[in-house]
Ligand binder design. Sequence first.
Ligand code: FES
Ligand code: FES
Length: 158
Amino acid sequence: MTAKISFTLNGKPWTGNVHPLKRLLDTLREDAGLTGTKEGCGEGECGACTVFLDGQVVMSCMVPTCQAEGKKVTTIEGLVSDGDLHPMQDCFIQEGGAQCGICTPGMIMAAVAYANDPDSAEDMREALAGNLCRCTGYTRIYESVKKAMEKMSVSEIR
Ligand code: FES
Ligand code: FES
């Protein structure tokens, strides 16, 4: 049984016919064609599937699509503005914060949320504690986030 579900996806209206309990992760990848959001564990443990739902960080593998009805969903693709990468995306490239890339979109979303609201966590490590990476050893990830936060001006925080 599918149902018509509508939400704002990266600033644009989106409507699809999906099972209300289909994971938001799958709806984004399969129905909306946005494959930037990755699946790691599928159990809410790794953070690879992190997106924003009404500006809040959520694990999209744990969110039924019906919960997004009428809300704003932002994915890694939504961080690009007028074709320009977000400073966080840029810095992950420049500082080698990504290797296999599976954790990277979720890591960047969590890092942007922290950069937008540094009071949301004790420090960067705590802010990213829900996002697991099995490749980089984290040092380059932390360097990437640090550099991006130095570069980000108020107008770039979105
Ligand atoms: S895939 Fe969602 S938390 Fe791991
Ligand atoms: S870059 Fe491979 S899991 Fe993080």
